[in-house]
Design a protein around this ligand. Structure first.
Ligand code: 6PG
Length: 239
């Protein structure tokens, strides 16, 4: 694993830098493999990045969009990560519909939908036993140190034999990439902004801390790990 940590002056410059890195990764991957598989983060931080990507000129037909986690709500629900990305980016450019792979949430059975998405990954990556290798996974981090829907002290943190699990936030189910799937990625990019993330970041970056308390500590991909922090979140690491 190669780790990069950058502290940007403010959120706007964090988004600009994340755009630079994402564009570089998309273009280099497409040049090498003629396609790129990227998993999107939910939450609010990445929305301006998705809006910026909507004004880029890219070979959208060579880019496949997945989600690293999803609230277990309909695709039209205001909490849907899929809806946010579609409105900010995907609907504004000419993405082939078959290139967009949302997490299913319609079975009224999170475990069944997790298995369905796992099967979709196996089909896309043409792998039965190997863990799929994403070219790029975008992640945020909550003020409790969670990432994707890998929340502290939840069962999904223990999943080692599946790529998609069922997370749990305050009793609400969520579909999520598991730690093994994220850690097989060629590149993982965290975008973390805001003073409220400061204390969790300290624990995530500490020499010693319990990863069950701060699940983002468990993200150690085999490829590149990027942490893009704004000053209000990351200043604490500069000391
Ligand atoms: C989600 C996200 C989640 C998010 C963090 C940070 O579905 O909410 O995947 O992991 O990235 O909670 O959220 P903010 O970017 O809104 O702070």
């Amino acid at each position: 694993m190669k780790k990069f940590v950058e502290i940007l002056p403010d959120k706007a410059s964090l988004i600009d830098r994340s755009l630079e890195i994402v564009l570089t990764k998309l273009k280099s991957t497409i040049a090498a493999k003629d396609r790129c598989a990227i998993a999107l983060a939910g939450g609010s931080t990445p929305k301006p990045l998705y809006e910026a990507l909507a004004s880029q000129s890219l070979p959208w037909e060579k880019i496949h969009i997945f989600w690293g986690d999803e609230r277990y709500v309909s695709a039209t629900h205001s909490d849907s990560n899929q809806l946010m990305a579609r409105q900010a980016w995907l609907e504004k450019v000419n993405f082939p519909a078959e290139n967009i792979h949302p997490m299913p949430t319609a079975a009224n059975n999170p475990e069944a939908d997790a298995k369905k998405y796992e099967a979709e990954l196996r089909d896309f990556f043409q792998t039965e036993s190997e863990v799929p290798v994403f070219d790029l996974i975008l992640l945020g981090m909550g003020d409790d140190g969670h990432t994707a829907s890998l929340f502290p002290h939840t069962e999904v943190l223990n999943v080692s034999d599946r790529s998609i699990g069922v997370g749990n936030k305050d009793g609400q189910p969520r579909l999520t990439f598991t730690i093994p799937l994220i850690n097989h990625a060629n590149c993982v990019l965290f975008m973390v902004a805001g003073e409220n993330k400061r204390s969790a970041l300290q624990q995530v970056f500490a020499d010693e801390a319990d990863a069950r308390n701060y699940p983002s500590r468990s993200i150690q991909p085999q490829g590149e790990l990027w942490w893009l922090l704004d000053k209000s979140a990351g200043a604490v690491l500069e000391k």
